[in-house]
Design a protein around this ligand. Sequence first.
Ligand SMILES: *Cc1c(COP(=O)(O)O)cnc(C)c1O
Length: 410
Amino acid sequence: MKIWHPFTQEKISSKPLKIVSGEKEYLYDETGKQYVDMISSWWVNILGHSQPEIADTIAKQAHTLEHVIFAGYTHEPAENLVEILSKHLPNSLTKFFFSDNGSTAVEVALKIAYQYFLNQGINDRDIFINLEGAYHGDTIGAMSAAGASSEYHSKFKKFFFETFSIKFPKNAEDEELSVYELERFLETNHKKVCALIVEPLVQGAAGMKMYSPQFLDRIVEVVRKYGILIIFDEVMTGFYRTGTMFAMNQVKNKPDIVCLSKALTGGFMPMSLTVTTEKIYEAFWSDDWNKAFIHGHSYTANPLACAAACATQKILQTDEIQKNIKMISETHVARLNELPNKNLIAKRSCGTISAIDLNSSKLAKNVANLMFEQGIIMRPLNNTIYFIPPYCISIKNLDRAYDILTDFLK
Ligand SMILES: *Cc1c(COP(=O)(O)O)cnc(C)c1O
């Protein structure tokens, strides 16, 4: 085998399953066996596989303009996309910087935040604040921003810049303590802090851990008092995963910088955006080349990806998809409610995401194997089982997954 697969210990893993095609919420293997993709292929595919309108849009764009350097040049698909997204973002977020995956969107956010201060002659704001258990991607800067609490990344910690971690609150009492500790830290260190970076409302890779909008508003208020920038990493939560277009729609305090990727193109093309405010942009606007944001990727704002994103955003707003987003959210609530409590530690949902913590990771793996045998693809995170389906899924398939889980727990 010449291919080295991601997030896989290849010696002890079974051979990767070869997928030959996809349609709606289904994937098909070489033997023609059908699988329901309950994890939207790593959380990116929100409108179903090989969605024909998106596929046609990409094909048309490929025959017109497949790519062009984005420094000194622009194109219609990129311009159209930022117009569409502007309608859904807070009015304060007006400047769109393109890159090509979630990790780079985060790297861009971190660099913009740090240079924002540098450009104003402030060179000692180099600490980032995160939320315990955070995941912001696998590149060095993104790992670093998340801090060494991540089990995936701690072996690289000697390369990390300094961070302060807010304790993840498990309940209302915890929230008070977390805020108290954050305030104590800031009293003495606020002048050294560059930005707060958080996954708003749901921490994905940590095991779909959820926390309240009130807590998010509290920590943003505490931090912002000191002129520290706020970065929301909506790479996973964006595009109705939490029920609203963005998780930030559910809080009062909006971020200074937001990172978008994953579902942005409907899961067709790798692309990301780091969106920020006029005020931050102005700190880079200068006759001095040195104050520019000297960052870019070969595939920055690839026109095929932009065209795919435009088509995705259009379909996302149709009544049919909006109705199904509601159906998924309501089904999560109802079916979690009915689960037997045996072997179950916790259960929760937020919009189209649901998660269940089982007694052990072995049990979670058993559930995943059972589902796989019955044609449902999912991938536990330790002892957590989660469903994060494409929005085109039928209630029948969603119910089937919950039926298997319910039977297992009985
Ligand atoms: C997946 C993810 C990333 C990283 O995105 P990639 O495209 O995998 O690099 C960053 N932040 C969050 C919250 C994510 O879920």
